[in-house]
Design a protein around this ligand. Sequence first.
Ligand code: XMP
Length: 529
Amino acid sequence: PVLVVDFGAQYAQLIARRVREARVYSEVVPHTMDTATILAKDPRAIILSGGPSSVYAEGAPRLDRALLEAGVPVLGLCYGFQSMAAALDGTVAATGVREYGATRLASVDGSSRLLAEQDIEQNVWMSHGDSVTAAPEGFEVVATSSASPVAAFENTEKCLFGVQWHPEVGHSDRGQEVLENFLYRGAGLEPSWTTGSVIEEQVGRIRAQVGEGTAICGLSGGVDSAVAAALVQRAIGDRLTCVYVNHGLMRQDESEQIEQAFGESTGGAELVMVDAEEQFLAALAGVTDPEQKRKIIGHEFIRTFEQAQEDILRERGVIEGAGGDAHTAAPGHKAFLVQGTLYPDVVESGGGEGAANIKSHHNVGGLPEDLSFELVEPLRTLFKDEVRAVGSELGLPDDIVWRQPFPGPGLGIRIIGEVTRERLDILRAADAIARAELTAAGLDRTIWQCPVVLLADVRSVGVQGDGRTYGHPVVLRPVTSDDAMTADWAKVPYDVLSRISTRITNEVSEINRVTLDITSKPPGTIEWE
Ligand code: XMP
């Protein structure tokens, strides 16, 4: 792989993504990883990320010179660039001049491999206080800027390169080309990492891991679990069983769509649909507190899923016995649990390697204590957009691949007040209209998601025909976002909003008012509960 050494910038993941966009496989490693471990990963190239520190500050992450002398091509960005300069006896100084934001580069005489085939006088994104004032010996300065006497340097003989700016951000004019020049011309790599190669590799890994065992995958209706299941199905065929728990809090026709889409696309894996609507509604009766709702839904979900799991394992002979305390794990059987963990989660939780062994919650599901599940996580190395590409390539339909995020507790946290079947039906009808109109307007890929929220305990007076109505308001909550951590309200065109409003009030008799939530996150969350 190409390794991105994370010096604590929020940019490391972004760099890895950009490298993958150049069709070269890339992973993030922490700067605390020692040189021997990094080199043991046999990197084809190394990119040093930016970081918040000053290279000479106490406790600042240090770059081991040995990493630069191992014969692996290296590109340093911002802090990474400065630490390269410092490690190789160049000079880094607090010049007192800071550069932030769009900065114009100036060219210098001579040629550059890193900046080949582009006008060096370009706008780049800078964010630094210290500057490299003298390049290390053997390095050529290939660009400058008003505050950076050395804005980029390279030593083509040793394949070492560095730039003061952030080529990975969209604000840098030729950023992607700079990264590609490093990868292709500097490190001599080929753009060969494709969706097809990802599928092939993962299928091989899953086969090796699962062997003759059986696997179970919970489908949520979201893209991650669907793609994970499709990959595992391709690897082990009908030894995979998918479980879909319908908690009755799904959107209109959603369960049917999942059943259909999934049945079609995986061609072979068994799909167990568990209809638990009554059970969930009974557990939610009288509950209005959002946290209480979440807890109940989560608890019921685990209980139902594990019961289904137990039934499947018994049917497959993985556990024996009649039930109660009598059953035991059959010797020699191995059970696997498929999860759609994505790469950003792996990086954020420390980037640990390998599948963790988890004990099942035998206290809820009644599974034997000696039965432990090994996790299969075929999406562990992928970003969301890559998961979508893999899903498409595997033949999953667009309405699964491009499905917008939907919370686990479903419509249960979009009814403000008690959750009842009548209220769910009202909300489902309104939500279906909003989704249909947003889709018809071609907004599915610009809007992150658009919850529709029923203010079930609020009533408002209206007039329809000649009569007074006393109905409920719904709130439209369309947002734009990259990762749901922050969000802005989406500026949906007025004519689209107008169609949604007219249709909902005409077609859903209990609703007589449609309102728009224009709060960003923060301070508002995306969901209302
Ligand atoms: P908030 O409301 O916290 O939502 O801004 C951020 C994102 O997370 C989704 N969400 C959930 N997803 N279980 C989930 O699986 C939950 O309990 C849950 N609550 C919120 C929400 O739809 C949005 O995409």
